[in-house]
Design a protein around this ligand. Structure first.
Ligand code: SME
Length: 166
């Protein structure tokens, strides 16, 4: 049995150190990206308080057959929109720009895609491999301004760890 759960409420730095260690241990030597994303989504859910969605969107061929778009990957939370064009919403902005999006109030974000009406703030971090975005990690919270720069740094470190594991 895996017991990857923080013992108590930890300061952000320690929390992310433990989260990264757990993600590293769970994905080490496992070549299946879907399995790794599924376990990491579960870890995010276990470790980070006050979330209503945690998971992945992957860069994949667009349904139209032309170009690429984001396609829903493993997650914990309510069923979500399946396909997101680059540049659309918070996830699409992170994918198009290859940069973290830390959004204190999703309702003020132009083009925000509301998958769950409960979401109030959001953190989206791109996963880059060889300079190209291959996926994004998406965290949603029902609390406005839930995510800090420390969360962004922690999830960016996680994205780096996962670059060749998903
Ligand atoms: N809110 C996101 C869409 C994905 S869901 O939050 C799971 C966005 O605006 O891209």
């Amino acid at each position: 049995m895996y017991d990857f759960k923080p013992a108590a409420a930890l300061p952000a730095e320690e929390l992310y150190r433990e989260l990264l260690a757990a993600a590293g241990a769970l994905t080490a030597g496992e070549p299946d990206g879907v399995a790794n994303m599924a376990n990491v989504a579960a870890l995010l859910w276990e470790f980070l308080p006050d979330l209503n969605w945690a998971g992945f969107y992957r860069v994949a061929p667009a349904k139209t057959g032309e170009g690429e778009e984001l396609v829903l990957g493993p997650f914990v939370g309510r069923p979500a929109c399946i396909r997101i064009p680059f540049g659309s919403g918070v996830c699409g902005a992170a994918a198009a720009g290859g940069a973290t999006q830390l959004v204190a109030d999703v309702h003020a974000f132009p083009g925000h895609i509301a998958c769950d009406a409960a979401s109030a703030s959001e953190l989206v971090v791109p996963v880059l491999r060889d300079g190209a975005v291959i996926a994004v990690i998406d965290l949603d919270s029902p609390t406005p301004a839930r995510f800090t720069a420390e969360d962004a740094r922690g999830i960016e470190a996680l994205a780096e760890l996962l670059a060749d594991r998903i």
